[in-house]
Design a protein around this ligand. Structure first.
Ligand code: AKG
Ligand code: FE2
Length: 303
């Protein structure tokens, strides 16, 4: 079956459309071939699949353990807890650049989306290649970013207290390549920089990460399945349509992102006198305080 796959690249930076394979009848040989295609193209599209929910979950399981969405409502909670659905009529349009679930210490590895219903015009999705976004930074900026970490939170889901810290540059566990790992949706603060410096650098990096030169834009048809690697891409849905748009997703969870270099600097600490501007450090300090308390209680348990 794998010989029959036809692969057509969709842009100079990432993305390929794959035909000649039925995802409802994939075995380990085909899953391995798809995995290596994904490592090469970062996002794959399989038109005309029309997968049932069971077939969607079975396909996803070839690539690792699946998990429902930690924060968003799942209409399948009875029969299919692994499937997560976004419907435009319920406000489900992911129109900010992100990679999935980065507010968790183990963010999603892969996402596999089934386009259930889509508008005839509009509602395209864009992806960007974060290997390229990293590689095409200047050498001094790459070197600085290698040693930084950033705070991510689930504020877009109304849970700003749910937070974690990841390296700003991560090393992909399969390809060994470095990618930029900050996004405008979930990343709030660079831990080692002041609030103002962080806002400036994060603003720059998140804008740079979405440079059209690193991107692919996909126009959907119903029954298409897309799969992408969250470790080295970001995505964004165009909120420019009138009709209903429904996607269902399964999500392959997650490993702890590996940093490009060991931590080089301490977290930013404001001066001795708390002033009006200290409010910008409140969230970071709350996170660091909580992390210190956890470390302390682990130390006590071990001794
Ligand atoms: O609706 C889409 O095209 C993508 C939605 C999204 O961000 C996701 O499923 O992770
Ligand atoms: Fe997403």
């Amino acid at each position: 079956m794998t010989e029959a796959m036809q692969v057509a690249r969709l842009s100079g930076s990432l993305g390929a459309e794959v035909r000649g394979i039925s995802l409802s009848r994939v075995g380990t040989v085909e899953a391995d071939a798809i995995r290596s295609l994904l490592m090469e193209h970062l996002v794959l599209f399989f038109p005309s699949q029309q997968l049932s929910a069971d077939e969607h979950v079975a396909f996803g399981r070839h690539f690792g353990a699946l998990e429902g969405h930690p924060n968003l409502k799942n209409p399948f909670s009875e029969g299919q807890p692994e499937i997560f659905e976004l419907a435009a009529s319920r406000g489900g349009v992911a129109d900010e650049w992100h990679s999935d679930i980065t507010f968790q210490s183990k963010p999603s590895i892969l996402s596999i989306l089934n386009m259930v219903k889509c508008p005839a015009i509009g509602g395209d999705t864009l992806w960007t290649n974060q290997y390229k976004a990293y590689a095409e930074l200047s050498a001094p900026l790459r070197e600085m970013c290698d040693g930084l970490t950033a705070l991510h939170d689930a504020d877009p889901h109304g849970k700003s207290d749910l937070m974690t810290v990841h390296p700003v540059v991560r090393v992909h566990p399969v390809t060994g390549k470095r990618s930029l790992f900050v996004n405008e949706h979930f990343t709030r603060r660079i831990v080692e920089l002041s609030h103002e410096e962080s806002a400036l650098l994060l603003g720059y990096l998140t804008r740079w990460a979405s440079n059209p030169r690193f991107s692919v834009r996909y126009h959907w048809s119903e029954g298409t399945v897309a799969m992408w690697d969250n470790r080295c891409t970001q995505h964004f849905v165009l909120n420019d349509f009138d009709e209903e748009r429904i996607i269902q997703r399964v999500t392959v969870m997650g490993d702890v992102p590996e940093a490009a270099s060991p931590a080089r600097w301490e977290p930013y600490a404001s001066g001795v006198n708390l002033g009006a501007t200290s409010r910008h450090d409140r969230q970071l300090n709350a996170f660091l305080g909580r992390r210190e308390a956890n470390l302390e209680s682990n130390r006590r348990e071990e001794s």
